[in-house]
Design a binder for this molecule. Structure first.
Ligand code: PLP
Length: 459
């Protein structure tokens, strides 16, 4: 019998968690079951996931940001169907194919004029790995700086730039010469740069883990310091890029001109893995300096045609549908709708972020009644309260969100950039309901927290 995807899926539907428990990651399956998130999703459409019972879930996680255009975007889908039907000669390797050229041209055209060349890979981590290698080679220097709380992926090299010890522990020794500086701390940055041996300062313009922002005035000064000390300024735009923050690139908020920009996530519409390391021609040409070095850094699937097609279709759709401006406007609408809840609920402290990269910050309440419960919960497991928001948002209101990082009470929203007032209103009403419950029927909510704390959540 020949392979038939539809009948295979039909025959095995609903067995997803069982298979993961047996053959993939049983701990992940356990965590999701504990949180009541063990669903069988059958389809994805725009801002929504649809499960086997036909229930719709508002997806404010967007596959960690890849679904900027929403799920199953018809333009990207058609482009991929077309590419398959054209029997494109993929991965010839000893070839300079047209589509990578077109996508590189399209990317360069959307970046600042100091950027001239692109290296394609398969993920955000790989895009940053290339940035590390390029920086070291181009400057002839050994060290790389990164910021506290930074997240640039989890392969061995970029793990060396990871600001969270929960990810690093037990995987050492990591790359030598990688040192952290406080996010937004100019004095610390200058101290390290002044040693004259730093190849690159790799930094997110808005940190994904926790949605942290540095002071506005930090950025120009940080970039200037890098220039002054001969260090490359690397903007990791894997998450913030392509409209997420209400500008095409987050560096535009601060008028910066990074030497290297890393891109991934939204670039291929969520269909095909892709990573891109965009750099100045000067940096690139130092690395690929002569014919003998033409493949000194490469990866087998890097310029694969399906990723290139999806990338081209995505970039054009971002323009055609005015996605960046829509993200900016929706970001403002979110802020306007969420701010009254900060005034209304003592456990809700702050809304922060830019565009549609939003952090909801929860913290210690002021009233005695809630304070003792809060302390009990924080004592059981730091950051547990945010789980008490994410859980009911999902189970009661069918909205998918995430806790922004380990041990913090911050919930992160990464909605598709196509979301509009309807989705914003639905979310804000749901959050109002969940917070109302946490304040009014706090014993119930906090009891649930205790149960979670005792359960398998400890990984
Ligand atoms: C800023 C940033 N850089 C790099 C990465 C790593 O990307 P990937 O998971 O595709 O390796 C991420 C992933 O979340 C990220 O947010």
């Amino acid at each position: 019998m020949s392979f038939d995807l539809e009948s295979l899926v039909e025959a095995r539907r609903g067995l997803n968690f069982k298979l993961h428990q047996e053959f993939l990651n049983p701990q992940l399956a356990k965590v999701l079951k504990t949180l009541g998130m063990d669903r069988y999703y059958e389809r994805g459409e725009g801002c929504y996931l649809i499960d086997r019972e036909g229930e719709r879930y508002l997806d404010f996680l967007s596959g960690f940001g890849v679904y900027a255009l929403g799920r199953s975007h018809p333009v990207v889908k058609k482009a991929l169907h077309d590419a398959l039907d054209m029997d494109l000669p993929n991965l010839v390797q000893l070839d300079c194919a047209l589509l990578p050229g077109l996508l590189a041209e399209a990317l360069v055209g959307r970046l600042h004029e100091g950027i001239g060349r692109v290296f394609f890979s398969n993920s955000g981590a790989e895009a940053v790995e290339a940035a590390i290698k390029f920086s070291k080679y181009a400057t002839g220097r050994p060290r790389v700086l990164y910021a506290d709380h930074a997240f640039h992926g989890l392969t061995n090299g970029v793990l060396s730039l990871n600001g969270g010890k929960e990810f690093r522990e037990g995987f050492g020794p990591l790359l030598p010469g990688c040192d952290s500086v406080g996010f937004g701390d100019l004095a610390a940055l200058e101290r390290e740069l002044a040693r004259g041996d730093v190849a690159a300062f790799v930094v997110e313009l808005i940190q994904g883990k926790g949605v942290y922002l540095a002071p506005e005035e930090y950025w120009t000064a940080a970039e200037q310091l890098c220039r002054k000390h001969g260090t490359l300024f690397v903007a990791d735009e894997v998450q913030t890029g392509l409209g997420r923050t209400g500008k095409m690139w987050a560096y535009e908020h601060y008028g910066l001109r990074p030497d290297i920009v890393t891109v991934s996530k939204a670039l291929s519409g969520g269909y095909v893995p892709i990573g891109a390391t965009a750099c100045s021609a000067e940096v690139f040409d130092r690395v690929y300096s002569k014919m003998e070095r033409a493949v000194v850094h490469s990866t087998t699937f890097g310029r694969n045609q399906l990723a290139m097609v999806a990338g081209l279709a995505t970039l054009q759709t971002i323009d055609d549908e005015d996605i960046v401006e829509r993200a900016r406007l929706s970001g403002e609408a979110f802020e306007k709708a969420l701010t009254p809840l900060v005034d209304k609920y003592e456990l809700f402290h702050e809304v922060r972020g830019k565009g549609l990269m939003i952090g909801l910050v929860f913290g210690e309440p002021s009233s005695l009644r809630l304070k003792s419960r809060w302390k009990m919960l924080e004592g059981a497991r730091k950051g547990l309260f945010s789980q008490l928001i994410v859980g009911p948002l999902f189970n009661r209101h069918r909205i998918l969100t995430q806790v922004a990082a380990d041990n913090v009470n911050i919930v992160k929203l990464l909605p598709p950039l196509i979301c509009g007032q309807e989705e914003i209103d639905y979310f804000v009403d749901a959050l109002d309901d969940v917070l109302n419950d946490a304040h009014r029927n706090s014993s119930l909510v906090f009891e649930f927290g205790k149960t979670l704390a005792k359960s398998a959540l400890h990984r």
